[in-house]
Design a protein around this ligand. Structure first.
Ligand code: ZN
Length: 344
């Protein structure tokens, strides 16, 4: 068995400037159903009431896919996903020491106990839980397995191994999953990012190493350089690996048309919009600890240029969203002073 998890509507929409309208989102769910995608990561209910209304419409439109809501490890966020009617709840926590120490400012033990607590709550609400291991590609395999054991004991049904900063290459992917697949108590999903143009190659290597689920987005949109491209991955699986995914390709052009049209739009800010806040917090972590979200150390980049680039990005983001830059910087300062626990 091998299945795709499409995250165009979640990770894809987190691309700067990409915004899908409500009708487009519903149409995308129908298209993904017709294409034959097994799993749709539909969005983040914690983003607000307006988003929750759209997500409920998407759930109604869905005919065949497992619909997943993405959540931080926060009971309030999970509650919103359950109220929306999601059967599958994805809960994400970082597993690398980089992210645990610099982004969360916590310890490995804290991560495990938070996972336990949130799984207990989510399971008691009757939902099926998928657990995300952020920045897994820079974690210690033994800790990833401890995290997976905790997830399995808490009733999770799958674990996502995220190459959050896109620092893997196909040989490393093969070596990693050959070591992990047999020892991991849960089926693994590989979630690759495309910072060095390797996301599709890495996803193919994950499949060839026995990983049964791979995340993709239409046209490869996603945070920073994007995710593994659905269209390229499906093509590579069929033409190179001789493992056709039996997708109905007739609906792909319309899907990619919607995605292309959604670029460089303004994001509506709903009073204290959480998505903007999330973008800002990620920005703050990047300014202070650029290595948490990018592979910079190896390149020995000039630190000042890097910081400058981030501030320019924030200015652009502020302009794009019509959000006052001063308020953005004020919030950044707040996060810098008090830690960035929510910067997930
Ligand atoms: Zn991602």
């Amino acid at each position: 068995m091998f299945e795709l998890v499409d995250t165009t509507l979640r990770d894809g929409e987190q691309t700067a400037g990409v915004v899908f309208g409500a009708e487009e989102k519903v149409e995308m769910v129908r298209l993904l159903n017709r294409i034959g995608i097994h799993w749709i990561e539909a969005g983040i209910p914690a983003m607000g009431a307006e988003e929750q209304v759209i997500l409920k419409e998407m759930l109604k439109a869905n005919r065949s896919a497992g619909m997943i809501a993405w959540n931080r490890a926060d009971i309030g966020d999970v509650e919103k996903s359950i109220v929306c009617g999601f059967e599958y709840i994805h809960i994400s926590l970082p597993v690398s020491d980089f992210h645990i120490n610099y982004k969360l400012k916590k310890s490995r033990e804290w991560v495990l106990s938070r996972l336990k607590e949130i799984l207990k709550y989510t399971k008691s609400a009757g939902a099926k839980v998928l657990v995300g291991a952020e920045d897994a590609s820079r974690s210690d395999n033994e800790f990833f397995l401890r995290y997976a054991d905790t997830a399995a004991e808490g009733g999770a049904i799958r674990i996502r191994y995220a190459d959050t900063i896109g620092c893997m290459e196909p040989f490393k992917v093969a070596e990693t999953f050959q070591a992990l697949v047999m020892r991991c108590p849960l089926p693994i999903e590989f979630h690759g990012h495309n910072d060095f143009g390797l996301a599709v190659a890495n996803s193919v290597a994950a499949y060839q190493s026995g990983v049964p689920y791979v995340s993709v987005t239409s046209t490869g949109i996603g945070e920073r350089a994007g995710n593994s491209c659905l269209e390229d991955f499906a093509g590579a699986m069929s033409a190179i690996c001789r493992c056709p995914l039996h997708l109905n390709l007739a609906y792909l052009p319309r899907l990619t048309e919607i995605v292309r049209n959604a670029k460089m739009r303004k994001k509506h800010v709903e009073g204290g919009d959480q998505m903007i806040t999330k973008d800002m917090r990620i920005g703050s972590v990047m300014v202070n600890y650029p290595e948490t979200l990018e592979v910079l150390a190896d390149y020995e980049l000039d630190c000042r240029n890097c910081m400058k680039a981030k501030y320019e990005t924030l200015e652009q983001a502020a302009q794009m969203h019509g959000f006052p830059l001063e308020q953005m910087l004020y919030e950044l300062n707040d996060v810098i002073s008090h830690g960035a626990e929510d910067a997930l």
